[in-house]
Design a protein around this ligand. Sequence first.
Ligand code: SF4
Length: 278
Amino acid sequence: MLTKIADLEDPDARELLGNVTVVSRLDAFLEEKNTPRLPRRGTFTASDLGSWDGNSFCGDYKVGCARKLWYRHRGEVEQRSNIAPTLRRRLDLGTAGHEMLDGYFEKIAEESGGSEEFVPEHQINPEDGTSEVAWEWGIIVRVDGVYSIHLSDPVHIRFCLEFKTETEQNFQKVLKKPKPEHVTQLMVGMACWDLPAGVLVYINLNSGAMVEHRVLFDQNHWNAVTEKMRYVRKYSINNIEPNREDGFHCKYCKYKWVCAPPSKKKRKVHTIRMPGGG
Ligand code: SF4
């Protein structure tokens, strides 16, 4: 027994501490989170749409790989992620940071005397009845917050807030402009909440520094997203697999196990073309 200070008198009890491992317990717990799961049939998510693994048909925007969107939309094969415990901890730290920031903004709004309103992180699901756009396209989307500020009577602005945590190295890359896939995610959020603007806030995980980018809703960008969703739905209904948009990003794909992208050492990123106005 090693439960009280007095137990330290017993040399055998002292040895018991050697059996205690905290990190490996946690690692095993976090490994379990990689359990395969079936996605919800007939849906898209903002994070899959706003992903670096694909492009819009016009080539101007980042919109997720059509094959990946198709797997999700069909809902027939499991998503198998392989996130190492170290990365999982980093991602969860990012999520915890977002909750902390949400708390700050809630407090700021509370103390504004009614001139500001902040609705912290919430999710829209197609069946909620809160968004016609989400219902029409089957979109599941979450934003970190919806902010409403009365600048002066009657000047009023509403926008969504999205936080992203980055390592020092990646933070340097977003100082001047946001990642294009994050702008697509924001565009999906704006379309579903009917918001004219959004702000992307990047947080440096190492230093706590922040940088913000303001984005206006862009109809052309949104059209590019809906064009790809329309294409995926058509292929889903007709049970035809879209071409892969394969590249180095496939390494991180939840559907790599079933898609089996070519394993050439140096793959080019392939962009699919919209077939005949499909
Ligand atoms: S493995 Fe690559 S090509 Fe296949 S679905 Fe995933 S991202 Fe697309």
